[in-house]
Design a protein around this ligand. Structure first.
Ligand SMILES: [Fe+2]
Length: 320
């Protein structure tokens, strides 16, 4: 399921994404024939349980919105995410699609315009994702299958967030949902500092010059400062942002920490960060297969990566 499917000026809205007794805030239409749509719900009207039951009785699985209302619909999904995800009619595939598509919308905004509000939206998304994974563990694998192969800073953040949450659960099976929610937000925010670096440097095709490379190496510190300025000061979150480029050999940045000085979430984020960078395509490089990427990471273990985490990390991708 994709949340929105384009049909000329109208887009499909799955009924399962509409929570009962809420204002959707946009006009919704019923499709009555090819290119024929009639108004079903006004932007000010409530979508009552009775109306939803009526639609289900008539085997209606989708309503339609005007293309121009797309943003309004995505805002509605963001605002009602936890309610929507607990709809018993949703399949695990639907849940994974909703989480991934909402994550794309939220994190794209986060990197375009980092703000306390966009961090709060990311926190809500991560909370909903962890709750969904706890209730339907299969969603975790389904999310891993949805990860984008096209590299953008925001898709990279989602992919790393999804991989690292799964990996954290493997490495610490007794971890509580509350702890995982905090670390999950850290994983989603790990590259926040890149919002402060010009895209021309992040997406540069040729090798970086000395000044550009030095600026890139500042992104963990810039991310920490940005998070701090926006009120995100949890030490576990700041730690992930700061340490995801540290390497066990001490050759990482920004602090050249050695193995014992790097936290478990920092080490996990490093695995996921490199794996996603290798398996996504950029304008100047093709995407490697999971197998090829894992081989490269294996060759760099234990020198750069934590040996104890290698097998659980490989297992993460063999279960898909
Ligand atoms: Fe990074």
């Amino acid at each position: 399921m994709t949340l929105l499917q384009i049909d000329s000026t109208y887009q499909q809205v799955p009924l399962t994404t509409l929570a009962p007794d809420r204002h959707v805030g946009i006009k919704l239409f019923l499709r009555t024939g090819e290119d024929r749509y009639v108004l079903f719900l006004n932007e000010t009207s409530l979508l009552s349980t009775t109306k939803i039951k009526q639609l289900k009785r008539n085997n209606v699985s989708h309503l339609y919105l005007n293309t121009g209302d797309r943003q309004g619909y995505l805002s509605y999904i963001k605002d009602n995410l936890s309610t929507i995800l607990t709809n018993p009619d949703l399949t695990e595939n639907d849940k994974a699609s909703i989480i991934y598509e909402t994550a794309s919308d939220i994190t794209e905004e986060l990197f375009l315009q980092p703000s306390a509000e966009s961090i709060e939206q990311t926190r809500n998304l991560v909370d909903c994702m962890i709750d969904t994974i706890s209730q339907s563990p299969k969603t975790s694998n389904l999310l891993m299958m949805l990860t984008s192969q096209d590299y953008y800073t925001y898709t990279h953040s989602i992919n790393v967030g999804i991989y690292a949450v799964s990996m954290m659960r493997k490495a610490m099976p007794t971890i509580s949902d509350a702890e995982l929610k905090t670390l999950g937000l850290g994983f989603f925010l790990h590259d926040l500092g890149k919002a402060k670096i010009p895209n021309s440097i992040i997406n540069k095709q040729g090798p970086l010059d000395q000044g550009e490379w030095e600026l890139i190496q500042e992104h963990p510190t810039l991310g920490m400062e940005l998070a701090w300025d926006m009120g995100t000061r949890n030490p576990a979150i700041i730690d992930i942002i700061l340490t995801h480029h540290e390497r066990c050999s001490g050759s990482g940045y920004p602090k050249k920490l050695v193995r014992e000085k790097i936290s478990l979430p920092g080490k996990i984020c490093a695995f996921c960060d490199v794996f996603d960078a290798l398996t996504t395509k950029r304008s100047y490089k093709k995407a490697l297969s999971s197998f090829e990427a894992l081989k490269i990471i294996k060759n760099e273990t234990p020198e750069h990566f934590e040996a104890d985490l290698l097998n659980p990390f490989i297992m993460l991708f063999s279960q898909q």
